[in-house]
Design a protein around this ligand. Structure first.
Ligand code: FES
Length: 103
């Protein structure tokens, strides 16, 4: 195990040049560029990506490899995008259908 494989989240400070600005549900945040959208949501404390269409229960990213489709969000106006398959980019707009910060 090497240090380069694992790093603490608090090492990614907003002043870090490897960070970029995104808008999550209309609120601007700084996140590391190396993250997927699904990982960035977790980094920001937003676990729920959407609500189940029948039960209304919050859903969250599960597999983080493009299989389960639990991470669907709207990215730059494109609905139903798998957040785990898209890296964050500067000025990206991400909309979840679940607005809860800790669901
Ligand atoms: S977390 Fe499973 S498809 Fe994205």
């Amino acid at each position: 195990m090497t240090a380069s494989l694992f790093s603490r989240l608090d090492q990614h400070q907003p002043s870090n040049p490897d960070s970029c600005s995104i808008r999550l549900n209309g609120i601007e945040h700084q996140v590391p560029r190396s993250m997927s959208v699904a990982a960035a949501l977790l980094y920001l404390g937003q676990r729920a990506t959407r609500t189940h269409p029948v039960s209304g229960q919050p859903r969250a990213a599960l597999c983080h490899m493009g299989v389960c489709f639990e991470c669907l969000v709207t990215i730059d106006g494109q609905q139903s995008q798998r957040g785990c398959m898209r890296p964050v980019t500067a000025n990206m707009s991400i909309i979840t259908t679940s607005k809860g910060q800790s669901e």
